[in-house]
Design a protein around this ligand. Structure first.
Ligand code: ATP
Ligand code: MG
Ligand code: FE
Length: 332
């Protein structure tokens, strides 16, 4: 089957086409308008989705070299995400499906981040553990089957990506800060400054204490030397990134041992991070486990992951009707 995937949960408008599970195109329109505000402005995101959705879908169909009548089903992100953003993708998917006379497939955005592992080889074997780290989520997911997933650990407060984005704000870097922290971290010493590792029971996380510790650290040092941040940006970024990575991987390791699982995977926007990618490879090598990391363009928000999730739902005959509505919160 040929599946069109549509993603509009946050600030990326994306469309992708896959045929029998092979990805033919993946068009991502990034929204730069939010940089001026230091974070995503929901009302603006929704408006830009409206401008970008038709060009993105057109381009995805063109790049895939298919005809729109070849499409067998339309998969879309139903949630979780910003309601105004989701509404644009959901409404478009419903209208297009109605016009083409094709079925609709709803996709959970967080499940889709995990299913990004089934776009390219090598693919993990069930059951595996997936550390899903993004701007809004930090989860350890026990993946038993394509749509049989259980969150065994999650953050009690901030997400890992949020912690990086907030840190970058304190450092005076533009939004989104994750990629810039990554860039500076490569030139710094990760042991330059010691930030605390929270003691949280089980497989859960907390990043708010770390965020506060970083804020006070910057404030106290800037009081002594006003140029502290600029002079030590690489060491600060390397140390912050290293702490975030160790917090994440120590919990993943603990979970993998507890569940006796040898296939460990990364998903979500923060899995684009160089330190985290290296860290999970080292952990796997040290333990004799297998590490799986999706290609860069499938880590941050994209429609390819929606299309592949849609493909597996299509095989199960799992469709929804025209009465479907977006969900800002959507558990598995
Ligand atoms: P969610 O998926 O939880 O709804 P989201 O859609 O905003 O949230 P993604 O697009 O999956 O999240 O990820 C965005 C996050 O990834 C941001 O916090 C961003 O800073 C972070 N990020 C992107 N690239 C990197 C990188 N190289 N290093 C660290 N963080 C990164
Ligand atoms: Mg985004
Ligand atoms: Fe996401």
């Amino acid at each position: 089957p040929v599946i069109l995937g549509i993603e509009s949960s946050c600030d990326e408008t994306s469309a992708a086409v896959c045929a029998d599970g092979v990805m033919l195109s993946n068009v991502i329109a990034n929204q730069t308008i939010h940089e001026a505000y230091g974070g995503v402005v929901p009302e603006l995101a929704s408006r830009v989705h409206q401008q970008n959705i038709i060009p993105a879908v057109n381009q995805a169909i063109l790049n895939a070299k298919v005809n729109k009548n070849d499409i067998d089903a339309i998969a879309f992100t139903r949630g979780p995400g910003l309601l105004g953003s989701l509404l644009v993708g959901v409404s478009f998917a419903k209208s297009f499906a109605l016009a083409l006379g094709k079925p609709l497939i709803e996709v959970n955005h967080m499940q889709a981040h995990v299913l990004a592992h089934f776009i390219d080889e090598p693919k993990p074997q069930f059951p595996f553990l997936c550390l899903t780290v993004s701007g809004g989520h930090t989860q350890i997911v026990l993946v038993k089957d394509y749509f049989d997933m259980e969150v065994i650990g999650q953050t009690n407060d901030d997400a890992a990506g949020e912690a990086l984005d907030k840190t970058s704000k304190v450092l005076g870097l533009p939004y989104p800060g994750g990629p810039l922290i990554d860039k500076y971290a490569r030139q710094g010493n990760r042991n330059a400054y010691q930030f605390p590792e929270p003691q949280i029971p089980g497989f859960d996380f907390s990043f708010s204490g770390l965020k506060t510790a970083i804020m006070y650290f910057i404030r106290d040092n800037v009081a002594i030397n006003p140029n502290f941040t600029q002079e030590h940006i690489a060491d600060i970024c390397a140390s912050v990134e290293y702490r975030v990575v160790t917090i994440l991987l120590n919990k993943l390791k603990k979970a993998a041992i507890a569940y006796g699982i040898k296939d460990i995977a990364l998903a979500g926007g923060v899995s684009a991070n160089t330190g985290l990618r290296q860290g999970i490879q080292e952990l796997a090598a040290q333990q004799g486990w297998n590490a799986f990391i999706p290609r860069f363009e499938y880590c941050t928000d994209n429609a390819a992951m929606i299309a592949i999730a849609g493909y597996h739902k299509y095989l199960q005959g799992d469709f929804v009707g025209q009465d479907v509505a977006p969900l800002a919160r959507m558990p598995f």
